[in-house]
Design a protein around this ligand. Structure first.
Ligand code: GAR
Length: 196
């Protein structure tokens, strides 16, 4: 069996998608291991969860550096110190620099709560309800310089029910996200397995 890919996760908040990835890696046959978690805010509840799993954590806040490029260079330095192969954004609510996206091209993925290319950006559940969509869902995609515009790796459709509110729809999509992200990471590793 080839060596497990070394995956780092970037978060900003509660980290439920991060937890789903950590749980998936507990299966000995899963092709990735989590090597560390980085947050852009020290208050992210997901940091404590990562620590409970004995994972290294780091915080890189924009305000601690001269600008976005310097912040992202510090993130890259931490990722390299962990010998990271793949970076998973999991509720990381800051737009990374173009330079960071280029540097990690094909090794940087994100989970987004909509069926891209529909509803890039924020308030995706509200917008799906306002559009009276019958089907909504989530996507895992490559990160490129343009927001939520990189090629989709996998999507998971979720029905919109007649009495859905933003909250009920968000909950149903979140459950789908937790199933989708570990599968999409495997798909990425299988796609890129032959690359150096
Ligand atoms: C998730 O729903 C994720 O798809 C979304 O933030 C939430 C994070 O939850 N991400 C975005 O909207 C990115 N554009 P989590 O911290 O519990 O994983």
């Amino acid at each position: 069996m080839s060596a497990k890919k070394r995956v780092a996760i970037l978060i900003s908040g509660r980290g439920s998608n991060m937890s789903a990835l950590i749980e998936a890696t507990k299966n000995p046959d899963y092709p990735a291991q989590i090597v560390g978690v980085i947050s852009n805010t020290p208050a992210a509840p997901g940091l404590a969860i990562a620590s409970r799993h004995n994972l290294p954590t780091a915080v890189h806040q924009l305000k601690s550096y001269a600008d976005k490029n310097a912040t992202d260079a510090a993130i890259t330095a931490t990722l390299k110190s962990w010998q990271t192969d793949i970076v998973c954004l999991a509720g990381f609510m800051r737009i990374l620099s173009d330079e960071f996206a280029h540097q990690w091209h094909n090794r940087l993925i994100n989970i987004h709560p909509s069926l891209l290319p529909r509803y890039k950006g924020l308030n995706t559940h509200r917008r799906a309800l306002e559009a009276k969509d019958k089907v909504h869902g989530c996507s895992v995609h490559h990160v490129v310089a343009e927001l939520d515009a990189g090629p989709v790796i996998l999507q998971h459709e979720v029905p919109v029910l007649p009495d859905d509110t933003e909250e009920t729809l968000e909950q149903r999509v979140l459950i789908a996200e937790h199933q989708l992200y570990p599968k999409a990471l495997v798909a990425l590793i299988e796609q890129t397995g032959s690359r150096p």
